[in-house]
Design a protein around this ligand. Structure first.
Ligand code: SAM
Ligand code: SF4
Length: 424
């Protein structure tokens, strides 16, 4: 999502007549986008700003965007007086005005309000990938997970008008994009503000029918709002990718309650059963946090056992990291860092074994692969299947970049499939 924010911000700059340059030294304006979901984000920002100050000699304007800008606010000006602009993610729609103020000679400008019901609409978005485009459909978050900084930095949930989303998609299709990824912190909590009141599953179906669009992805889904009509939409249209990213965070109902995730282990498993019950074999991936305050050994074992039950196709796992202002920072029984690291490696090792086993089971299958790059090895390429698996494969054809090709799987690595281009 942060990457896509940067693409939209770059679009705002292009629309104002700026052009992108290759190095910070040759820029007149540098905007630094930040994320503070984990780890020492503020520290990282200030050391980076120090590097810019030493490198650039004071001629350029420097701005800070994103979550850290939101959290640190105008304190950034005090700690790094060479910064001229501070703008949080909920205020990007004010960027053109902030830039105009800077251009008019104001020394310091900021956009830090988060109490908003508006979304960030851009006329131009400078996309990095020529075939796959991100589209934000919902901004902010109204959930209140006890560990998470997003509601404080990105503001309340606000959905974009479905007609606007579909118009952007049609424009992208005309430009040659064939794959789109709908984005939102809780993408499936989408609530169309227009009189049409399109449901999220209807939006997926309509998007998949746009001429030229071959794949529609979406991330991240919140388990509570994952409803049967989404599974029905995946079953109904092959253009809707058969992959669901459904973060669980913990396999223990006690920890889930402490995290304020709004579902129990069993309720989560019901959602998994619903997806597994679909006609199309749908890949499921997840996010897990280990070492949440008070997580006992037995509760961590419940997370490990969940991996055995679900057999995820991929897991993003993190050590709990205390975030400013979040309720979890005040919770007792913090887990020591070494213990968090131990749990993380146990979890990752277990998942590695599960994943290899399931990838091995795919030998002989044929996948449609969207080719997104050439490997260093001659006649070798890589791309993604609809179920979002990375596929490395051999092909003697030399014009397949950006195309969809059939690949027969003949092996795997821990994180990807190996295969060869086939005409079947
Ligand atoms: N909105 C999504 C959801 O509900 O799952 C994910 C948002 S967050 C950007 C991505 C992942 O970062 C989360 O799923 C969680 O696993 C992890 N995360 C968020 N806050 C964290 C924290 N304080 N410490 C460790 N991991 C965290
Ligand atoms: Fe954070 Fe929870 Fe919102 Fe996801 S749903 S962004 S984890 S508060």
């Amino acid at each position: 999502m942060n990457e896509h924010d940067s693409e939209k911000v770059a679009g705002v700059l292009l629309a104002r007549g700026y052009r992108q340059v290759e190095t910070p030294e040759s820029a007149s304006l540098i905007l630094y986008n930040t994320c503070s979901i984990r780890e020492k984000a503020a520290q990282k920002l200030f050391s980076r700003l120090g590097v810019y100050r030493d490198l650039l000699g004071g001629e350029q304007k420097i701005g800070v965007l994103g979550c850290v800008a939101q959290q640190e606010g105008e304190a950034i000006f005090a700690r790094a007086p060479w910064v001229s602009l501070v703008c949080g993610s909920a205020s990007y729609r004010n960027l053109p005005q902030l830039l105009a103020q800077l251009e008019a000679g104001e020394e310091r400008v900021s956009g830090l309000g988060i109490d908003t019901d508006e979304t960030f609409e851009t006329e131009v978005t400078r996309r990095d990938n020529p075939w796959r485009a991100y589209i934000t459909i919902i901004e902010g978050c109204d959930k209140a997970c006890a560990y998470c900084v997003v509601p404080f930095t990105r503001g309340p949930e606000r959905s974009r008008d479905s007609a606007r989303i579909l118009a952007e998609l049609r424009k992208l299709a005309e430009l040659g994009y064939s794959e789109v990824q709908f984005l939102g912190q809780t993408v499936n909590s989408y609530a169309d503000p227009s009189p049409r009141k399109m449901r999220f599953s209807e939006l997926l179906l309509e998007a998949a029918q746009v001429p030229g669009i071959r794949r529609v992805r979406f991330t991240t889904s919140h388990p509570r709002d994952f409803t049967p009509d989404i599974v029905a939409a995946i079953d109904a249209h092959p253009g809707i990718c058969n992959h669901v990213h459904l973060p669980v965070q913990s396999g223990s109902t006690r920890v889930l309650r402490a995290m304020q995730r709004t579902y129990s282990r069993d309720e989560y498993l019901e959602k998994i059963a619903m997806i597994r019950g679909a006609r199309r074999r749908t890949a499921i991936t997840t996010d897990i946090i280990v070492g949440f305050p008070g997580e006992s050994e037995a509760e961590f074992d419940e997370t490990l056992s969940l991996l055995d039950v679900v057999k995820y196709d991929g897991v993003f796992s993190f050590k709990y990291s205390p975030r400013p202002n979040t309720p979890a920072t005040a919770m007792p029984d913090a887990i020591p860092e070494e213990e968090k690291s131990r749990r993380l490696s146990l979890l990752q090792e277990k998942q590695r074994r599960i994943q290899i086993e399931s990838l091995r089971g795919l030998a002989g299958n044929i996948f449609e692969v969207h080719v997104d790059g050439k490997s260093k090895k001659e006649n070798h390429w890589h791309g993604h299947s609809s179920c979002n698996r990375v596929v490395n494969f051999a092909s003697t054809q030399d014009d397949i970049l950006g195309r969809y090709v059939a690949v027969r799987v003949n092996g795997c690595t821990p994180n990807s499939l190996l295969g060869e281009h086939t005409s079947n």
